[in-house]
Design a protein around this ligand. Structure first.
Ligand code: LMR
Length: 286
């Protein structure tokens, strides 16, 4: 079933005339696909069908990401960097990592850069600022409706002046309600108008994620990535793939610990953690 779209993708990759594309191996065999891989972007997951419960979706995806984790464990480089895009991305990344015990857990990540980019562009639009002048918005937690897009640590340049985002927007009700809902529900908004999931913006965010992980983040800036929650200082339980602010250097990410968290944020950070704990229980039974 995947062969038709795969063939089409190869034709498009050829047509892109990408200077760094030297060879394409088109295969539906996981071991062939992951052999000696340095980076894997896992985009294929089973979407929710009519009448399907979240638990059914997690069970179906657990099978896919278990098989991919096992193949990665067997044939990929032990230094492989894995980005999971297919939903439920955070828990799928945790499942793949669980079945790849010979690869460090920190090498499995999930995409929340798409949510970060969405949040940045909403703020830029609101303030008539440029997207590159909006920095350090954090996405906490799950790539789902419970995610928490947090502007409290962010800055923006408006009319040549650098300001905290909260000061520049000067509308806490908007930031704590309409803005949050817009970013949280953006994936659904796209599905409702296009009748399919985001594609171009998701692909672009995946490139941003892998680029920054590999090449490093800019000095003084952080980005959001779903990463293993062990050793975070935000009271989030360990062994979840949870989106945190991270900085990347020499091909490694590190959680930016020590950001001040107010009461409102604490509740949001906890609510999305609770959802991930529930997903983990459904998918892995613990
Ligand atoms: C998105 O955020 O655009 C997608 O993850 C939505 C979806 O459920 O496919």
């Amino acid at each position: 079933m995947a062969e038709g779209p795969l063939k089409g993708l190869c034709l498009e990759l050829q047509d892109g005339a990408f200077p760094l594309l030297h060879e394409i191996i088109a295969t539906t065999n996981t071991e062939e696909a992951f052999k000696d891989a340095d980076v894997a972007v896992l985009v294929g997951a089973k979407p929710r069908g009519p009448g399907m419960e979240r638990k059914d979706l997690l069970n179906e995806n657990a099978k896919i990401f278990k098989a991919q984790g096992e193949a990665i464990d067997k044939v990929a480089k032990k230094t492989i960097k894995v980005l999971v895009v297919g939903n439920p991305a955070n828990t799928n990344a945790l499942i793949a990592s669980t079945y790849a015990p010979s690869i460090p857990k920190k090498n499995f990540t999930a995409l929340t850069r798409l949510d970060q980019n969405r949040a940045v562009s909403q703020i830029a639009d609101r303030l008539k600022a440029r997207v590159e002048d909006v920095k350090n918005i954090v996405i906490w937690g799950n790539h789902s409706l419970t995610q928490y897009p947090d502007v409290n640590h962010g800055e923006v340049i408006v009319n040549g002046q650098k300001k905290k985002i909260r000061e520049a927007v000067a509308d806490d009700t908007f930031l704590n309600e309409a803005f949050l809902a817009r970013v949280q529900k953006r994936g659904g908004e796209i599905i409702s108008v296009m009748k399919k999931s985001s594609a171009a913006s998701a692909a672009s965010a995946a490139c941003d994620h892998v680029h920054d992980w590999w090449v490093g983040t800019k000095p003084g800036e952080f980005v959001s990535m779903g990463v293993i929650s062990d050793n975070n200082k935000y009271q989030v339980s360990g062994n979840l793939v949870y989106s945190f602010p991270v900085q990347c250097k020499n091909g490694e990410w590190e959680i930016v610990n020590g950001l001040p968290i107010d009461e409102f944020s604490r509740k949001k950070i906890k609510a999305t953690e609770d959802e991930l704990l529930e997903e983990r229980k459904m998918a892995l039974g613990n």
